[in-house]
Write a protein that binds this ligand. Sequence first.
Ligand code: DQQ
Length: 470
Amino acid sequence: MDDLQRPAYHFLPPANWMNDPNGLIQWDGRYHLFYQYNPYAPVHGQIHWGHASSLDLLHWQHEPIALAPDAAGPDAGGCWSGCAVDAGGVPTLIYSGHLPGRLEAACLATSHDGLQSWQKHAANPLFVGPPPGLELEAMRDHTLWREGEGWAMLMGCGVRGVGPTVLCFHSPDLRSWHYRGPLLDPAKTDLFADPAVTVWECPDFFALDGQHVLLLSLWGGEPRRSAALVGSYSAERFTPSHAQQLDYGAIYFYAPQSFRDQLGRRIVFGWAMEGRSLAAQQAAGWAGVMSLPRELRLTTDGQLAMLPVEEVTRLRGKHCAWRDLVISEAELLVLDEEAGALLELELELQPGPLGGVGLSLRRSPDGLEATHIRYEVAAGQLVVERAQASLDETVEHTAHYAPLPLAPGEPLRLRIFVDRSILEIFANERVALTTRIYPTRSDSLGLALFAEQAAARLTTLELWQIRPIW
Ligand code: DQQ
């Protein structure tokens, strides 16, 4: 039977479980994407590193599994998240060896056949935490960069009774490490205001447009979400001046990791987890989708913005467009009953003076199933309504909200990617919102516009069918 939910132009493994992107690197022109992978079942467990590669960031070739837990090794419980570096021409992975009952420990593996197979370092783990004087409830995941003659590395952590932070280590050779201290003073950021967040996991740290950026995944809060701190880095300390949520779909863009490609772009992937029951995931035989690759930029007012990499436009197929339409508040304006399930939309809307304006997609002809994307004028926010997105009552139906104040006269500009059960929305080049929807009906393909309380105007809407990548 056809799987109505399985994405066709986003990366995911052939079957079973995937979570965090890991080890992102471009090597000899080829992009490599590793990922947290359970090859045996569509649930988190026995975590390996899956591997895929691509020449264009769009079409992926599955590669042999890169890392598997060793029953007698420091990663017997799983090869958890980490990163890849070029160590003097040797592709090198640093990852978190998981063993129940102790903190995750840094492990190293190298490849000598062009990233095809990986040999674990004989002296793994490189070290086991916590550093002296710290009582940690977690310490895991890695980001590395060259510093002077050596290497600096961050690990995410949670200090018992204090809160989350990231710890910095230094090494001359990637093998022997000494602890340098926390990268930043957590009290300096308002991300710290949520006492439920006890661990910062998956840190990612890099220079961007003259600033430094720290990406974090906030563990413990409800919902889990990823965040970014922007600031300056000097004398081994990071001083953030701005904090923001990274994607307003929260849990559906988690554990992001970035890399710098050979064109100098900072590209990030995030993990979109499932919003459906374990039973549904078991029945489907797969769980977890990778976001589209996104380029990170700082806007002129210092916000971190994400936009799909320019290559994504190469997947565009059949095109149609609408222009200059008045959307009256009285009726739904159905544009196409069969727009599709694999789409890209680019549209510009001029909201009315009050109320809201938006579009419904993956809509059944009778309107019983539909996902509504609405801009609320008074609140200055974008809302993704999932209450009707699926007739299956067991899937997540909560709404998402993204603050999006528009300057006077500024239109609402949306770029939307629909790929069966994943929806990625980019608004006014500054807000991203990723979510999962699970329409049950094969005829939930329609596209409509609506306005509430006041008429609104559609300036343009372009629609492309997107070609599957497999
Ligand atoms: N997933 C990994 C951890 C990481 C978490 C385990 C984030 O290394 O902290 O699969 O999703």
